[in-house]
Design a protein around this ligand. Sequence first.
Ligand code: PBG
Length: 333
Amino acid sequence: MKHFYSRGFPFHRGRRLRNNKNICDLVSETNLSVKDLVMPYFLREDNDETKISNMPGLKRFSIDELIIELEEIESLGIKTVAIFPKINEKKKDDQASESLNEDNLVCRSLRKIQKKCPNISVVCDLALDAYTTKGHDGVVDKSGVINNDQTIEILSNMAVLFATNGCKIVAPSDMMDGRVKIIRETLEKKNFKDTVILSYSSKFSSNFYSPFRDALGSKTNLGDSSKNTYQINFKNKREAIKESLEDQHEGADILMVKPAMYYLDIINELKNNTFCPIAAYQVSGEYSMIKYLSDKQIFNHRDVVLESLYCIKRAGADIIFTYFAKEVAKWLK
Ligand code: PBG
């Protein structure tokens, strides 16, 4: 903070700068642009259910539905989306083998998107929770321990597979150690030199992911088991910053803090400690909290959503993943 001396009232009248909208706009410190927003989408197999319980207003898209949707959001100015597959339960196993199937839901989507919407960038999650019977982000060995080194091997192969199918941004969201290093090395070796690694680098073990796990169909698989042995304890700030900086050293291009709204101090601290762009993920639980209260008309939906996003940006985020992205793009137009 700069040294501050004030002669006080009436030399200072803070209200002068809040007097009318023009002045307010002139001195506004934070901007929100559609260019900062990433819209997440849930994918489904053609015969699977569209409805997502606990995330009203959203649905799961088949590949064909997604193409139509992407054409629409492109016209609204959104250029980047993240995709999350809900795969058939029968395709899940201990080793997450479906994650490396070149005809899996993500690869098929990537190929179609590249053909039909070549100007959309797709962020692909690298984690095993969508593919394992246990619903964990890594493979679980017989003693119940998540096998770190085996998992990052699979993730690096996933990164190459997705890059081969047109993904430009891979996003390890698993919180295993050393994954960014191995993914970067593997991408380089396979000549994917320009694939961006957006690392979920400060990812907390949060209760706010619950609706997402419903959407992905990993919640019942996970059961009572928690992700506490790899995701960060929400009581810890310095540990979270260290994790992000380790990922930066390992070769991440963009760092992410997740969740966003209760973690503004983390975003801010990271901003002061890195030159990498920072993404924040306003997660499913944050979406649903706002959405349910809006639907009950307890507050004004648009005003609350915009406040939440401006505050995330004010804290220091450059990019925001938010399920409100499409709506906000309409408002900003
Ligand atoms: C998967 C993953 C999760 C989210 C994004 N990628 C869930 C989790 O870690 O359990 C959460 C997103 C959200 O809640 O909106 N590793």
